[in-house]
Design a binder for this molecule. Structure first.
Ligand SMILES: Nc1ncnc2c1ncn2[C@@H]1O[C@H](COP(=O)(O)OP(=O)(O)OP(=O)(O)O)[C@@H](O)[C@H]1O
Ligand SMILES: [Mg+2]
Length: 549
């Protein structure tokens, strides 16, 4: 695949959450590319790490989340590395997201219109944004100097906090081992002694690290502080230059507007004076008519002045009027009837499907290039679900969006995904085109997902997937699906399978694809189901052809 086609690239993304029970390994080395203009579906059971992955892309991980490793490349920048401030720019403007429950993304006590226009007005300060952009780089450099100084000053605190965390992890680990592995008091005491030794060793380590790192940090602080005055001066200078440039530009715009307005006003005066003279010459009905004409003309000229003033205001920022016009437009685009009336209503006056449309409209006001949909239809009933899917498909084409569509139900994405990534226990276990995954699935977990999909005709689900996903506090050593996999071999319990390449587009991580593995066929029921899906598709094609013939 040509590199230019890739819109966003996730590489070896690894995320964990600190909790009282220990570290939850939510995402464990996820890699995928999002190709320009495609819909990539991420499918997997509850807890497989779908939302965490997408939240990391949006820069909205929960506070206890840590990106341990990996990168998210977007337009030459690694989103895992950008500052929070800059992230907002990227996120707000380029990547939009909609969530499962539309009510949670809407404010129940704010009118819909205001919720749609709020962001536009907030982010639409054109002159202000350009002013800030002019010194953004030196501002970033100055801020990062200050941040790095602050961080270096916290070296001791940071090391100590890490040490405390490590100790509590150790204690938890031993507590568990004592519970699970020991029977006698002696065995327990042996483990407790081992724990005490290790704690002691850690403490020693901490002292040593502080001794080494503290002077280093002080050196860093001194070096950074030396650079601070120059950075500050540069920022000040650029800021002043930017201010002068923007002020000049704005004054020029005001001058142009004033000239236009005075031109309009003198034309108005000429016409209105003439009309007034006419009135004085007339009487009776004719006079009334002339008075009317005068009023109309006065109104027209007044509107011309107002329009020119609005035009000037729009040069500076998105005005309320402009935001209203754009909101109405985008409400129409997402299929809301009578948008002028709906604009003034509250979320409770909308049905679930309509609310989801509003949420989509809000995401669209920022004109994103990438839209992430996290189970956007799960809370909706089937017909509404189909309508929302259709809408997302339409927007994707009209606006040339790249879409990441998250769902636990393969059936939902059958008609919309270009490619599918199947996730299990924080990993992608199969990745391929929709055809690869639906018609040539290779991972036993994908087989299980396929068989738990509602049947096309009977709507009945063959089987729920037996068993439960592993507890991600203690991820299994081998293939996380081994416990639930009736084809599991010994190696599945010992070693994680690599991603095996099946074709140019198709990959799966299962030991069944190893050249030495016994040949395992997919279960008959799934074969049968695939045949039925193929038959169904062919029927659909026939119908289409019939319609066009
Ligand atoms: N803030 C958090 N603190 C601790 N653990 C978390 C946090 N957020 C998510 N997790 C854990 O990370 C794992 C992945 O969660 P995630 O929300 O990504 O699942 P999902 O695939 O989106 O599932 P669902 O279909 O239920 O939405 C789960 O084990 C979850 O409990
Ligand atoms: Mg989720």
């Amino acid at each position: 695949m040509a590199k230019k086609d890739i819109h966003l690239s996730v590489e070896d993304l690894t995320i964990s959450f600190k909790t009282n029970q220990g570290l939850v390994r939510a995402v464990r080395g996820v890699s995928f590319d999002l190709v320009h203009g495609e819909t990539l579906a991420i499918v997997g059971e509850s807890g497989s790490g779908k939302s965490v992955t997408s939240r990391a892309i949006m820069g909205i991980l929960a506070g206890n989340g840590i990106i341990d490793n990996g990168s998210i490349m977007f337009e030459g920048e690694d989103l895992t590395q950008v500052t929070e401030e800059h992230f907002h720019e990227v996120r707000g403007n380029r990547i939009g997201m909609i969530f499962q429950d539309p009510m949670s993304s809407l404010n129940p006590i704010m009118r819909i219109g205001k919720q749609i226009t709020e962001g536009m007005i907030l982010n639409g300060k054109h002159l202000d944004n350009r002013y800030k952009a002019m010194f953004q780089e030196s501002r970033g450099r100055y801020k990062s100097l200050k941040r790095n100084i602050k961080r270096a000053k916290k070296t001791k605190k940071r090391l100590t906090a890490q040490y405390k965390w490590d100790i509590s992890e150790l204690e938890r680990k031993y507590e568990r081992r004592i519970k699970e592995e020991t029977e006698t008091k002696e065995e327990q005491n042996a483990l407790l002694a081992e724990l005490a030794d290790r704690k002691q060793a850690r403490k020693q380590q901490l002292t040593e690290r502080i001794a080494v790192e503290l002077p280093k940090a002080q050196e860093t602080i001194a070096k950074l502080q030396q650079q601070l005055p120059a950075a500050k001066a540069k920022l000040k200078e650029e800021k002043a230059n930017a201010k002068a440039a923007i002020t000049k530009e704005w004054n020029e715009q005001k001058r142009l507007a004033a000239a236009d307005i005075s031109q309009i006003q003198s034309e108005a005066k000429a016409e209105l004076d003439k009309l007034k003279a006419d009135i004085n010459d007339l009487s009776g009905d004719a006079k009334k008519e002339a008075q009317n004409t005068y009023r109309e003309a006065a109104k027209k000229w007044k509107q011309k002045v107002a329009d020119r003033k609005e035009q000037l205001a729009r040069y500076k920022k998105v005005t309320k009027k402009e935001a209203f016009e754009r909101a109405i437009q985008v409400m129409r685009e997402v299929g809301i009837d009578n948008p002028e009336k709906r604009f003034k209503q509250y979320p409770f006056q909308f049905s679930g499907g309509m609310r989801q449309r509003i949420v989509i409209a809000i995401a669209l006001t920022a004109s994103p290039d990438i839209l992430i949909c996290d189970e956007p239809t799960t809370a909706l009933d089937v017909t509404i679900q189909a309508q929302i899917l259709e809408l997302i498909n339409k927007l994707k084409v009209d606006r040339d969006l790249s879409v990441i569509f998250i769902t636990h139900d393969l059936g939902v994405v059958a008609n919309m995904a270009d490619r599918i990534a199947v996730m299990y226990a924080g990993k992608i276990v199969e990745l391929g085109t929709a055809e690869d995954v639906f018609y040539n699935p290779r991972h036993p977990y994908t087989w299980a997902l396929l068989s738990s999909m509602p049947d096309l005709d009977s709507k009945e689900r063959l089987t729920a997937i037996p068993g439960t996903p592993p507890n991600m506090l203690f991820p299994p050593k081998g293939d996380a699906f081994a416990e639930r996999n009736k084809f599991a071999m010994r190696i599945d319990f010992e070693e994680q399978p690599p991603m095996f390449q099946i074709s140019d587009t198709h990959y799966a991580a299962t030991w069944l694809l190893h050249k030495d593995a016994p040949k395992v066929e997919m279960p008959e029921t799934i074969k049968h189901r695939i045949e039925r899906m193929l038959a169904h598709d062919a029927e659909g094609e026939d119908k289409k052809e019939g319609a066009t013939a």
